[in-house]
Design a protein around this ligand. Structure first.
Ligand code: AMP
Length: 611
């Protein structure tokens, strides 16, 4: 097929998809109207849409064209259709193109996008001088739009006298003792730097004004706040935006959830009069969503309601739950977009937003969906981002969607694995892995609980069958399973019916209690996934018996250096074989100063390199 034919075919497909699935559209269509399609980088889409669609509505009014942001993605681009008379379309296209030209380059170098047809009339004149979306008129319109909504109450914090009495020196000491908490405001644009709330040491210091929460925490029999909670609670109760860099298993869910409860209770509009939820929590996988919902149910008081939405289950039931006007919606990014677009979820009363596991959501390719969701929510909301790592993608998201956030790092800002786990790396051949695994599983003691991570669904199925044949008490979970079976597997491993869980990365962020061993049967492709997996054990400061064992073959050699860094940072033993692999790879393949770019490019496998 010629390139032209491919382009035409793609255009037709795009058109079909667009008609079926528009995200934002207008009803103005004439038979004489022409359709022009543009592929625009995802990073501009949010600005083109505007909060609650305010920019796109203004653009349509200004030009007379209908502008549709479709759900069609190609690489880092989204398809936009402009429908209208030639004059109206040209005017709209000029504004759209000018917008993308005036914007600064992204922080991270991006790979060249996949070749896609761009059907766009040539621009003869120079783009308009004024950047339309940043114009006063546009900003005013946005302000007027949001002013119809009730004021958001954000500050509920009354510092406990014991905390007020802390000197600067004791604040520094507490932060140091509590896993070396580091706080910062590096994204602040203001000259005047607002002080950062002091850390707390006890549950009473945080919630002495909210006995209901203290009762729940007492019931849970926790001794003291975890490091992230010590610092996150005073910040979030003060109504500030926050970026928490903390491992999963650090108690981060309660860190953002308990202030969310107080936020809901403290709003002026009674819950029954509010349309749609007040709090939105976005998490990468259905299992994470379910897990957060369980925490809501466990700690909620005064009838705070929640529901979770994710793909793969009866849509009608989820929509019905939403219509009961719950206080908290916990969603995966894809499903959230779907429900927003279909009009089943009213998001304009959301005043507290959490992006949990932001790094994983970006790795999983959810950036465009997250941006779309956030652009529809009130700009004056309180925003919390949680992430186990701090890569440039997360930094870019934080810069766009948080306001003068306080950054809280627990441990180090770099990619680091939990220090409470013994990490062992076994350099071996692919063909040796199976025997190694079953030797390890045979040696487990009765109280051990293991997660075995496999790289593919096929491998997970194979190992699960082997476990069944060997009568090992195992369960398995991977993508493509029925939701019911996935939940059953989680229940089995959680309640001890099974002591071995064979899994793909769908569970790499889940809180499965008392996991003593994580075995990386297949080493993960990305190092932050390694950190997430290791975080399944040694949770909430537990130490002692927790261990991770990673099988590392020559095909994983591109990750050898990074793994050594992580092992060394956590004072773990580094084998000679691993060092040799790292050296060989660095010498032969990695060019100097390419570290930032390399992870995005698929590295050669050992076999490919020698072929
Ligand atoms: P998360 O990081 O939210 O996945 O939490 C991991 C586990 O830590 C969960 O099982 C929580 O119930 C538990 N947890 C939360 N806060 C505390 C605390 N202050 N002390 C001990 N465990 C906690």
């Amino acid at each position: 097929m010629t390139l032209m034919k491919i382009c035409l075919q793609q255009m037709l497909e795009n058109k079909r998809g667009m008609d079926n699935n528009p995200c934002y559209n207008s009803s103005r269509k004439n038979t004489s109207d022409s359709v022009t399609e543009l592929w625009i980088e995802n990073r501009f889409i949010g600005k083109i849409i505007g909060k609650g669609g305010v920019n796109i509505r203004a653009l349509e009014r200004e030009t007379g064209a209908s502008v549709q942001v479709t759900n069609q993605l190609n690489g880092n681009k989204t398809l936009i259709s402009v429908i209208g008379s030639t004059k109206a379309s040209n005017k709209a296209i000029k504004i759209l193109v000018a917008k993308t030209k005036h914007s600064p380059a992204p922080l991270v170098p991006e790979l060249p996008p996949a070749p896609v047809p761009v059907i766009i009339e040539p621009l003869k004149k120079s783009p308009p001088k004024k950047d339309y979306f940043d114009s006063d008129e546009c900003l005013r319109e946005e302000e007027v739009y949001w002013s119809q909504f009730p004021e958001i109450k954000k500050n509920f914090y009354e510092e406990h006298p014991q905390v007020s009495a802390l000197t600067e020196k004791s604040v520094a000491q507490i932060r140091f003792m509590k896993s070396n908490i580091v706080v910062d405001r590096i994204m602040g644009k203001n000259d005047v730097v607002k002080p950062i709330a002091k850390p707390l040491l006890t549950f009473e210091q945080a919630f002495y004004n909210c006995p209901e929460i203290l009762v729940k925490l007492n019931k849970a029999k926790f001794h003291e706040p975890t490091p992230i909670q010590c610092q996150a609670w005073p910040i979030l109760l003060s109504g500030e935006d926050m970026i928490g860099i903390a491992q999963t298993g650090s108690g981060k869910t309660l860190a953002f959830l308990l202030p969310a409860f107080i936020h809901i209770e403290g709003q002026m509009t009674p819950n029954e009069e509010r349309r749609g939820p007040a709090v939105l929590i976005v998490a990468p996988t259905r299992e994470m969503v379910i897990q957060i919902n369980k925490e809501v149910n466990k700690y909620q008081y005064s009838a705070i309601t929640s529901c979770c939405v994710y793909g793969g289950v009866d849509r009608k039931k989820q929509v019905a739950a939403l219509q009961e006007n719950v206080d908290i919606v916990i969603a995966t990014p894809g499903k959230m977009n779907d429900l927003m677009n279909s009009g089943d979820l009213f998001i304009e009363n959301i005043t507290y937003v959490v992006l949990d596991e932001a790094d994983r959501m970006l790795d999983m390719g959810f950036e465009a969906q997250i941006r779309r969701v956030l652009y529809g929510i009130r700009p004056t909301r309180q925003t919390v981002m949680m992430s186990a790592t701090w890569p440039s993608g997360v930094r870019r998201l934080a810069a766009s969607y948080t306001k003068d956030p306080v950054q809280v790092y627990v441990g180090s800002r770099d990619l680091t694995a939990t220090h409470s786990v013994k990490q062992t790396c076994v350099v071996c051949k692919e063909s040796e892995k199976e025997n190694l695994l079953f030797d390890l599983l045979d040696k487990l003691s009765i109280n051990d609980k293991v997660i075995v991570f496999c790289g593919t669904k096929g491998k997970a199925v194979y190992i699960s069958v082997e476990c069944v044949m060997r009568r090992l008490p195992s369960a398995s979970i991977y993508g493509g399973m029925e939701q019911e079976d996935r939940e059953q597997a989680i229940n089995d491993i959680t309640d001890g019916t099974a002591s071995i869980l064979i899994a793909t990365d769908v569970v790499s962020s889940l809180d499965i209690g008392d996991v003593t061993h994580v075995i990386n049967y297949d080493f993960p492709k990305y190092m932050d996934e390694y950190v997430h997996r290791i975080g399944r054990t040694g949770r909430a400061g537990k130490t002692g018996e927790c261990e991770s064992i990673s099988f590392f073959t020559k095909d994983d050699w591109a990750n050898a250096s990074k793994l050594i860094e992580i092992l060394e940072e956590a004072s773990q033993e580094v084998s000679k074989n691993l060092c040799e692999l790292a050296e060989l790879y660095d010498k032969l393949y990695r060019k100097k100063n390419e570290d930032e770019v390399l992870p995005k490019r698929k590295p050669l496998t050992f076999a490919e390199f020698w072929s």
